[in-house]
Design a binder for this molecule. Structure first.
Ligand code: KIV
Length: 280
């Protein structure tokens, strides 16, 4: 059981923090141990992101991730982080058939994991679905700008909203999501000026990942900020640790000490008197 370190944020706190100009942080987690570590930190929000497709499952994109994968990873995170607001991501294919089908999938994710809200990708075109999920009783976090599930239609994993029309569309998307009832909106990979304009355009907080310093909350993938995941190194990531190198160093020391006999030491052994002739 992790010690209680903070008061868990509520949906109402998201808007309040924005009104008070109080910035906050939001990271991903996909398992119990990492969630319990985040829970002991001052981080206010955890996302069980479909980025687990790459970070945990080794896929090349988030597209193959299933609702079962999300349920499997969200449950231990909720158990590990009782004092942290946990968002569960809706995977590709779980909410793009119809609003009714989306509500059915959301009901499963929430009932089987007890996450605090769901997140889904899409702007104005997803507004009807957002409205239906909110009406069914689950808070919704939007996700616009670079939306990795549909990156192929956006021309790949690249900065969005760089033209005036592109920027205007993203602002219209944010307004449509807010109007549909989303309580917060992730904005990924947009120019600094657009991040700032988005934050000014809506009353709900803009949770920025690669969206510059003027948004209301900063989001990072945990393995990126801890320097654990080596496959992709987006420009917007700052590494606050280099755990990949630390882990490799520790494993190599374990290997060396096993080979040279330094491990295990007497303090790691059970030194009960046992008559060997009785064992063999
Ligand atoms: O799945 C994820 O990790 C995300 C973040 C990049 C916001 O959607």
């Amino acid at each position: 059981m992790t010690p209680k370190t903070k008061k868990k944020m509520t949906v109402a706190d998201f808007k309040r923090y924005k009104q008070e100009g109080r910035k906050f942080t939001y990271v991903t987690a996909y398992d119990y141990t990492m969630a319990s570590i985040v829970n002991e930190s001052q981080t206010e929000v955890i996302l069980v992101g479909d980025s687990l497709g790459m970070v945990m499952l080794g896929y090349a994109s988030t597209v193959p991730v299933t609702l079962e994968d999300m349920i499997h990873h969200t449950r231990p995170v909720v158990r590990g982080a009782p004092d942290t607001f946990v968002a569960g991501d809706l995977p590709f294919g779980s909410y793009n058939v119809s609003a009714e089908e989306a509500v059915r999938q959301v009901n499963r994710l929430v009932k089987e994991t007890l996450c605090d809200c769901v997140k889904l990708e899409g702007g104005a075109e997803a507004a009807e679905t957002v409205r239906a999920i909110v009406a069914s009783g689950t808070p919704v976090m939007g996700h616009i700008g670079l939306t990795p599930q549909t990156a192929a239609s956006l021309g790949g994993l690249k900065v969005q909203g760089v033209t005036p029309e592109g920027a205007r569309k993203i602002i219209a998307d944010a307004r449509a999501l807010e109007e549909a009832g989303a309580f917060s909106i992730v904005v990924e990979c947009v120019p600094v000026a657009l991040g700032q304009a988005l934050s000014a355009a809506v009353a709900v907080p803009i949770l920025g990942i690669g969206a510059g310093p003027h948004v209301d909350c900063q989001v990072l993938v945990l393995q990126d900020l801890l320097g654990m995941y080596g496959d992709l190194q987006p420009r917007f990531v700052r590494r606050y640790a280099n755990l990949r190198a630390d882990i490799i160093r520790a494993l190599n020391q374990f290997n060396e000490e096993t080979r040279n006999g330094a491990f295990p030491g007497p303090e790691h052994c059970f030194n009960h008197e046992v008559a060997l002739e009785r064992i063999y």
